[in-house]
Design a protein around this ligand. Structure first.
Ligand code: ADP
Ligand code: MG
Ligand code: MG
Length: 257
């Protein structure tokens, strides 16, 4: 079974220290919710895991099944089975979703594939894509659109879910902050994640929507404050914070921010 382990992680952006010693272990099959006030460092954690340039790890370690993730280029991390859905994903005009997915899926299944080497055979890929889209109640036409080009918030969400279903990453980070989704889109996303089978991944869900957690109750909820995880609980902690906000947390950890 797979394990993503983050130990004493310190991350700076520019010269500014943002994460100040994060410890987090996610086992395959577990769902973790990550909460915390705006600016506490939640997105920074996800971006550092994925190797986003500009997020400099100054101390600590990240390992995937014992392998040093920090030594891997971002592309290698994706091939190793790490996935993050971005809040504002980049549009790739001229590249259809289906072609993008065929490349990405091939690379995850054959991590040592070099550019120009064979892709998953078209027939096989099309069949799988069609099945997955039907299962997610998505119109196949959607895969013919250009990646994120003029997508609405709901469509970006659907594209993200489709990537999850096709790539079947070992660990997925879903960053939902500020995503401006309406209630229907959140419910659809929530149900789709449950459909894909969250038990087949390790999930880190960064969310302010308690709806997203309804179909995906987290085994663990972590609260970030001032670049540290100050508290960990079960799903009742997520429920408390959704209901009552962060006043209690701020009072309990006055030195964290
Ligand atoms: P959260 O996701 O919890 O809202 P972030 O990780 O986005 O928090 O941000 C944490 C802190 O790091 C904030 O003070 C933010 O301004 C800063 N920060 C994050 N990314 C950048 C960046 N690319 N450039 C400058 N500051 C950044
Ligand atoms: Mg933010
Ligand atoms: Mg954020």
């Amino acid at each position: 079974s797979h394990v993503l382990k983050i130990e004493n992680l310190h991350v700076s952006v520019g010269d500014k220290p943002i994460l100040r010693g994060v410890n987090l272990t996610i086992n395959h099959g577990e769902t973790h919710a990550l909460m915390g006030p705006n600016g506490s460092g939640k997105s920074t954690l996800g971006l550092a895991i994925m190797g986003h340039p500009g997020y400099e790890v100054t101390e600590g370690s990240i390992t995937l099944d014992g392998q040093d993730v920090l030594e891997m280029e971002p592309d290698r991390r994706a091939r190793a089975g790490l996935f993050m859905a971005f809040q504002r994903p980049m549009a790739i005009p001229g590249v259809k979703m289906a072609d993008f997915l065929r490349h990405a899926t091939t690379n995850v299944r054959n991590p040592d594939r070099k550019e120009g080497e064979e892709l998953i055979p078209m027939r096989e890929f099309r069949k799988e894509l069609k099945e997955k889209m039907a299962h997610l109640r998505m119109d196949v036409e959607f895969a013919r659109r250009y990646v994120n080009d003029g997508f609405s918030g709901g469509e970006m969400k659907r594209a993200e879910i489709l990537q999850l279903a096709m790539l079947q990453p070992k660990f997925a980070i879903l960053d939902e902050t500020d995503s401006g989704l309406d209630a229907d889109a959140v419910r659809l996303a929530s149900e789709s994640i449950a459909d894909i089978g969250r038990e087949k991944m390790g999930l880190l869900i960064i969310t302010h929507h308690d709806k997203l957690l309804v179909h995906n109750p987290p085994e663990y909820t972590h609260v970030m404050l001032g670049g540290k995880l100050v508290e960990t609980g079960g799903k009742e902690l997520a429920e408390e914070l959704h209901e009552s906000g962060y006043d209690r947390i701020r009072q309990a950890y006055p030195d964290a921010e």
